[in-house]
Design a protein around this ligand. Sequence first.
Ligand code: BG6
Length: 491
Amino acid sequence: MAAKFIKVDPFDLVVFGGTGDLAYRKLYPALLHRDKSDQFTDPTRIVGVSRRPLAREAFQASVRDALTRFNGSEAVSPDVVERFLNRLDYVAVDASGDAGWADLKALLGPEDRTRAYYMATGPDLFGPIATRLGAAGLATPRSRIIVEKPIGKDGKSADAINDAIGSVFLEKNIFRIDHYLGKETVQNLMALRFANALFEPLWNSAHIDHVQITVAETLGVGGRGAYYDNSGAIRDMVQNHMLQLLCLVAMEPPSSLQADALRDEKLKVLKSLSPIDDSNVSALTVRGQYRAGFAEGAAVPGYLQDIEQETSDTETFVALKLAVANWRWAGVPFYLRTGKRLPQRVSEIVIGFRRVPHAIFETGADGIPANRLVIRVQPDEGIKLWLMIKEPGPGGMRLQHVPLDMSFAKTFATPTPEAYERLLMDALRGNAALFMRRDEVEAAWKFIDPIREAWAHLGESPRPYAAGNWGPAAAIALIERDGRTWNEEYE
Ligand code: BG6
């Protein structure tokens, strides 16, 4: 099937937090790439909004600079950059005061094209901005709002944010971003499961022994300490990205790719998660915090030094053993782990199949290794299916575990687009399939809140691990106790 770029109708995209890190690093480069592919239709504008006064030209210059720094490897011609910069405008608005709203309204004029507001700010501003957009008459039944994670820090604060946004925007116009859903390999998980007849008959507890989801980062918390220390790995990564990955692995086949058909199935998975609370939190979870060590080829400081605090009970690593309590998955553990300052940047989903029921071949003490399907989300996106094969040549039936290896980079000529490119275009087209519905966010918090409460009741600090290790030893014990191991055949 040839690549095709479906044009997007003219739009005004208003970026609150328009001079912030997310906007410069991710949003403008993503928009530039879509513009380069001629996906925009004139007249289309991108309006940066933040508190400080800035002339349009100065804003354009700052975006030009960001595009040079964060554009990635893809070459973009100067003409395309100029055309893109000409679409930019800027208004200074006080998100929680009165200043600037009339200017924004005057600049936007009548709503004669798609209008979307992107909240690239802290979550505490989502509600106030939505309310003021409503009061200024800038939120109509047609206008859309795009909100970043984290939506709140627990179920209660998420409710307050969702209420505030929901009282101004219609649910169908609220696009809650989880950028993992925009990653190509994550979408490929749906293709793999639902465009191939091969896997679905095996996709259940009769044939699958366990599932692993790893999202490992080599980075520390760097300059994000203030945010991160109030969040921790479970709120920053598990409540959203990892649970969404789990949903895509575990959900029933949706009846269509229509947004609610998909989201209904994901919601059922979230609601089927067996609760983790005071009674089982010690057995099913491990928290860690990195200490000084060696990462990314250099000696690195520990978490407390990174956040410039003397103490902190915030976890930078978490491993969990989850159960999806339904017919398909009864008895199949889902092991999740994520952390900062781990030895390698790798995100992957591993489907561990059951072993053959009866061995006719001579094997070592461990028997015949089970098949594994490894979906590499990033980097080196691809899919590997580990099979047992007879080694060629004489010497009897010598078996080897070898992968059928499909690398996206080798198979497809086109480079993998950034998640934000797809998500921004989908929001502007009004396709909500890859965005979270309110009830999904609520269900995710309902599962996460009792875990955090149980940790607080337990009163234990996260276990230390030296930067450059796979988290605390207890995380390895979590899976090895069950006679299984984390997948670690990285290249
Ligand atoms: C963000 C988290 O949502 O995802 C960060 O807040 C994390 O802490 C990032 O580093 C990881 O995203 P990616 O796309 O680099 O895997």
